[in-house]
Design a protein around this ligand. Structure first.
Ligand code: GLV
Ligand code: MG
Length: 362
C-alpha cells in the first residue's frame, strides 16, 4: 500500500502549511444522483438554482462532453453559478479535466480560490494509479492553504482505464481526501479495447445460452433455446465496491447513455445498488427520479430490516422469522438498510413520510 512510504502518523497531516486538516472519516452524505450539468450552456446553467433541493448532488462538468472551445466558458460559468447560488442541502461537485490535458491546472487554480468553500468534491477522470491522486492531493493542499479554506475538498476518482482498475485498491487508499469511485464505462470500454459502442449498460451479444434439450441422451442442437443477457460491468463494479468498502469510501455506478431506455437504466442502477453502490450519475433530469428511487431502500426492505433488528434483541444468537433463520450476520445487513434509510429520511421528506408510516411488529 502506498501509504506505507509515509509514516501512518503523517497520513492525516495537511500536505501544505495552513491547509485544512484531512478528515479521518468520509461523511456518509446522501448522493443517490450526481446530476451533471454543462456550465458553459446558459440554458442549462439557468436551471441549476431551481434544481437545488431536488437532487443530492449537482456536478458542473468541465471534462468530456464539453467542447475544447468551451472549456474556459465552462470553468467561468461554474465559478459564476457557484458564487451566485445557495446550495442548501445539495452538494456541489465538479469534474475537472484529465490530468494529462492542457486545461486541468487552470481548472484547479481557478476553482479552488474562487469557489473552494462551496465545492464538496472534485471528480478526477481517467485516474491511473495512486500517483495521480498524490499529485491532486498536494496541489489542492497548496491551493487550500493559499485561499485560507477551512475544510478539505474531497476527491473522487473515475475508474475508466485498465490500469486504474488494476490499481483500484491503491487509488482508494492514496489520500484521506478520497471520497469515492465511479465507474466510467465508456472510457473504460475504449481503454480495454472492448468491442462495444455504448455508454454503460448491457449488450445483447454478451449472453449465456440454455443447454440444448436432450432426446434419449442426444442433444437436440436445432431446438430453440433461451438466452440470458449478462452484465458486462459486474466484475468492475464488484472490484470497485470491495476497494471502496476496504477504505471506508463510496462506490457509484456512472453514466447510462440511453436516456430513453429508462427500464434498462433502472436495472443497471439497481444491480449497482444491490452490489453495494450508494449512487449513480444522472445525465438527464429523468434519471434523477430513477436514481432516487433505486438508491433508497424500499419500504418493504426497511420494514423487514426493522423487524429483524427488533427481533434480534441484543444482536446475538439466532431467531426464526417467517420460517427464515436470522442471526448476527443478517442483522448486520439489516442495520445497513436501517442506517441508510435514516440518512436519506433526514434529507428527503417524502421518503421520511413513507418510512415513518411503517408499523413495526416483531
Ligand atoms: C465516463 O466518463 C465514462 O467514460 O463512461
Ligand atoms: Mg469518461
Amino acid at each position: 500500500m502506498t501509504a506505507a512510504s509515509r509514516s501512518p502518523k503523517d497520513f492525516f497531516r495537511p500536505l501544505a502549511v495552513g491547509a485544512p486538516t484531512p478528515l479521518r472519516e468520509i461523511p456518509a452524505r446522501p448522493s443517490r444522483a450526481i446530476h451533471f450539468f454543462d456550465p458553459s450552456n446558459p440554458k442549462m446553467a439557468a436551471k441549476v438554482p431551481d434544481m437545488v433541493g431536488t437532487v443530492d448532488v449537482l456536478l458542473g462538468n468541465l471534462e468530456d462532453a464539453i467542447k475544447a472551445d468551451n472549456k474556459e466558458a465552462a470553468r467561468e460559468g461554474l465559478v459564476e453559478i457557484a458564487q451566485e447560488t445557495d446550495f442548501g442541502p445539495t452538494q456541489l461537485w465538479t469534474r475537472i479535466n484529465a490530468l494529462d490535458s492542457p486545461w486541468v491546472l487552470d481548472d484547479l487554480t481557478t476553482l479552488v480560490p474562487a469557489i473552494g468553500d462551496k465545492l464538496d468534491v472534485i471528480m478526477v477522470p481517467k485516474v491511473q494509479g495512486a500517483e495521480d491522486i498524490h499529485y491532486v492531493d498536494r496541489l489542492l493542499a497548496q491551493l487550500e492553504a493559499k485561499a485560507g479554506l477551512e475544510k478539505p475538498i474531497l476527491v473522487h476518482a473515475i475508474l475508466e482505464t485498465a490500469r486504474g482498475v488494476a490499481n483500484v485498491e491503491e487509488i482508494c487508499g492514496a489520500s484521506p481526501r478520497m471520497q469515492g469511485l465511479s465507474l466510467g464505462p465508456a472510457d473504460l470500454a475504449a481503454d480495454r479495447r472492448m468491442k462495444t459502442t455504448r455508454v454503460g449498460g448491457g449488450h445483447p451479444g454478451y449472453l449465456v445460452r440454455e443447454d440444448p434439450p436432450r432426446i434419449d441422451g442426444v442433444a437436440n442442437l436445432e431446438a430453440s433455446r433461451a438466452t440470458y443477457q449478462q452484465d458486462l460491468w459486474h466484475y468492475t463494479i464488484a472490484r470497485m465496491v470491495d476497494a471502496c468498502a476496504m477504505h471506508g469510501i463510496y462506490p457509484y455506478y456512472g453514466p447510462f447513455g440511453d436516456i430513453s431506455d429508462t427500464t434498462a437504466c433502472e436495472d443497471q442502477f439497481r444491480n449497482a445498488f444491490l452490489l453495494g453502490c450508494v449512487g449513480t450519475w444522472s445525465l438527464h433530469p429523468k434519471q434523477i427520479a430513477i436514481a432516487n428511487r433505486v438508491f433508497s431502500p424500499s419500504v418493504e426492505d426497511v420494514a423487514h430490516a426493522r423487524r429483524v433488528v427488533a427481533a434480534m434483541g441484543d444482536g446475538t444468537g439466532a431467531v426464526m422469522l417467517d420460517g427464515k433463520m436470522e442471526d448476527d450476520a443478517s442483522l448486520k445487513q439489516c442495520l445497513v438498510m436501517v442506517e441508510l434509510a435514516e440518512q436519506l429520511a433526514a434529507v428527503d421528506p417524502e421518503l421520511k413520510q413513507q418510512y415513518d408510516a411503517i408499523e413495526t411488529e416483531a
